[in-house]
Design a protein around this ligand. Structure first.
Ligand code: G3H
Ligand code: 13P
Ligand code: ZN
Length: 311
């Protein structure tokens, strides 16, 4: 089966009240860990690549790894550009075999965001590729934004119909209080995600797929393990999994996860090298690291996303 777009995945996810996991990939072990989990669960999958991943691994290596995963698993897999900053990177990924791109114009004015998003959507649609736009602004890991005072960066539901109609996007990433990175919320406090905004957007855009970025849960077991085996991460907390489950039952069809992959892998590598200080063959520590990714992704598919058996 060739790479697919997200159109059919999202239609079924919306109707079925579940979401597809969009996992960031940077190397072979990450691709294999994720796709093995999806295969074991019979789950459809979005593998996404950031500009940083393309710089790290090169476009051609990532494409070939994903093609290999496709051949190996036979799963419906979409290959997506994560946070495309401008038309040029989106065009390069569309021309280079991706089936989905995100144009992240959220840092522009409303009109400029519409202009660049429409330019990408027109180019993509002529070539059978789908497009995710973003309205509202998520803080980055380094921004240390106090969520309660960040109202101005939430998506304004009054703008979504105009944005979707004028750009022609196929899905929309929104800001309701999730954040990128491992340091999202004060540990021990309950994050205030704006489900009221999500609800209003869903009401204004019936049947339209919504995307949640910054959706890692920063699984405490991994942070504890990193610190137990020589790391020094400050206390960290992410999006509670029950909140993500709630979102999947609403209009959210795509949930982005990167930080939990990084943590699963790093915790495993640290543990392995601590327990086996004499090991120096990368296969010795990358095998358990890949296994750690596989079991974390299986947990997400079964207990959070609900997309197991939907391939
Ligand atoms: O949202 C961003 C993703 O976690 C990708 O991160 O740009 O460091 O690859 P990156
Ligand atoms: P996390 O940092 O919460 O994993 O978010 C990843 C993401 O949104 C990628 O676009
Ligand atoms: Zn993101």
């Amino acid at each position: 089966m060739p790479l697919v777009t997200t159109t059919e995945m999202f239609r079924r996810a919306y109707d079925g009240g579940y979401a597809i996991g969009a996992f960031n990939v940077n190397n072979m072990e990450i691709v294999q860990g994720i796709t093995e989990a999806a295969q074991e669960c019979g789950a459809p999958l979005i593998l996404q690549v950031s500009a940083g991943a393309r710089k790290y691994a090169k476009h051609v290596y990532l494409i070939k790894l994903v093609e290999a995963a496709l051949e190996d698993t036979g799963l419906p897999i979409a290959l997506h550009l994560d946070h495309g900053a401008d038309f040029e990177i989106c065009k390069s990924c569309i021309d280079g075999g991706f089936t989905s791109v995100m144009i992240d114009g959220s840092h522009h004015s409303f009109e400029e965001n519409i202009a660049v998003t429409k330019q990408v959507a027109d180019y993509a649609h002529e070539r059978g590729v789908v497009v995710e736009g973003e309205l509202g602004r998520l803080a980055g890991v380094e921004d240390e934004v106090n969520v309660s005072s960040a109202d101005s960066s939430y998506t304004d539901p009054a703008q979504v119909e105009e944005f979707v109609t004028r750009t022609g996007v196929d899905s929309l990433a929104i800001a309701i209080g999730t954040l990128h990175g491992a340091y999202k919320f004060k540990p021990g406090t309950k994050p205030q995600l704006r489900f009221d905004i999500l609800e209003e957007i869903a009401w204004r855009l019936p049947g339209f797929p919504i995307v949640l970025h910054g959706a890692s849960s920063v699984i405490p077991e991994f942070v504890a393990k990193v610190n137990q085996y020589g790391g020094s991460m400050p206390d960290a907390a992410g999006v509670p999994e029950e909140m993500l489950r709630e979102a999947t039952k609403m209009a959210v069809c795509k949930i982005n996860i990167d930080s939990d992959l990084r943590l699963a892998m790093t915790a495993s590598v640290r543990e392995h090298l601590y327990e086996h200080p004499d090991h120096f063959d990368p296969r010795q520590y990358l095998t358990p690291a890949r296994d750690a990714i596989r079991s974390m992704v299986k947990h997400k598919i079964i207990n959070v996303l609900g997309c197991g058996g939907k391939a």
